[in-house]
Unconditional design. Sequence first.
Lengths: 282, 277
Amino acid sequence: MRNNLPTIIGPDAPMTVADEDVAALSFRGVRQTFMKPDGQTPMAILSDISFDVPRGKFVSIIGPSGCGKSTLVQMAAGLLNPSGGSVFHNGKAVTSVNSQIGFVPQQAQLLPWKTMIENVEFPLLLRNVDSRERRERAREVVAKVDLAGFEDHYPYQLSGGMQKRASIARMLIYRPDTILMDEPFGALDAQTRMVMQHDLQAMLETENSSVLFVTHDITEAVILSDTVIVMSRRPAKILAEISIDFARPRNVFEPHACPGFSEAYNEVWSEFRNQLKPSGTA
Amino acid sequence: MTDRVATRTDLKQFGSLWPRLGHWLALAAPGVFLLCFWQYASGRLIRETYISKPSEIGKRLFELFVTGEIWPNLAVTGKELVLSYVIGVTAGVLVGYWLGRSPRVAAIIEPYVMALYGVPKIALAPLFVIWFGIGIWSKVVLAGTMVFFLVFYNVYAGVRSVDREIVNLARVMGANERQLGRQIYLPAAAPHLLLGMRMAIPYAVIGVIVGEFTASISGLGLFINYASSTYDPAGVFAGIFILLAIVTILNAAATRIERRLLRWRPQENSAPPVDGN
């Protein structure tokens, strides 16, 4: 089997030459139905989801757990075909695994048998980039995510936050124009999470990437995003698409000190609160 | 195993030979005690014709090697061991990997393999002699089958245990099928494979020796069988001690190789993760 990936790409060239007007990601009338565990009854997860991730923008999806947020990310990555509707990446329908896109999963998912820097190089290895260039570019991104000095550590020798950084470096190294992040900081402790949010904001400032970011944390969504999309309970539809306009760079350590944060937070919360089931009800 | 790792760390810490020496002494003590007790009991508590005695066995071993009587037997058994092991491991890896990656084929074939696994291979030894002759091949097939099943099951389980999410992630990062196999499935299955290979060592020895017991013209098994049927307990034990030495050496080598190849896995007393974000 031959790889028909673009054989990379100078350091400054974007991975795909994309039209500025075309949205990085478009979801059009996306529906998803799974079979219940009994294998008989269909269960609607997503009903008629349409939204865009405009080029260079950071869009968060927030919704109650189990509402199918991750399903949307899976679709954009081409790992799952929607039951109805389509997902477009740079104007092209996603029909098979989308290797033009960057994906940061919830767990760092580093390969345990590779050292940190070998993990970061991995996407270039898959693209048959020669080893010297691989190492050179890996050192660059490793410095960018602030992991210099830990190149030869195996994943088990790194803390959770460092594993996450390596996982982000591994995604950044092939310079995808569009990035999917599926609750990337959900498993980290609160302090580490704030540091990661801060650093992510700084990293993206220079990348001009388009990001689709799934989270269940309102503060995280508001502080990082240009747009927050609030989803309902199953079968999920979009309740609101809220623009977050207050100035960047934003201080993730003291979100409430940012002028405009509270208003934006309240706007999201007023949509989101109705979707939380009071405990004890089915 | 854990003890040895600990000893090494200690060694680095104190830069002294004593901890290692102490470890070896502690390791040797039970064996030495057993040998001494055997030496004492032989002729006093139990008749020497039944159990021989260590000094007698040592003398016999010395003679066997000095006169060269044992070498042809060792050569034949060694050849059978190597062949059966290499063939069994290769077949086990190939079939295990194939079925691990093809769940649909596995659903059909696995019950058959499982059923065959349950067949006592030793009961087939006489048949193998008829099929493959009295030479080395009947032993290679017998031992090779035993090695195969152990390696097969471990590789199969290893390939199937690969995290679906890592595979999907690698696909998104651009991996094709060949790269998935080479970069994800094989390394992920490596710990299982190495475990299976280590477990298979004694089974290869058992298979070869049973094969030689059944019918053969040369080999350690034949030597032991001959000594046994001529009321020569010293000969029997000499043969068994050689087998023990072979298994111990091979196992130690396998452990070393395993530790070297799997150095990416946390060891019991390795450094904890670096602190930091």
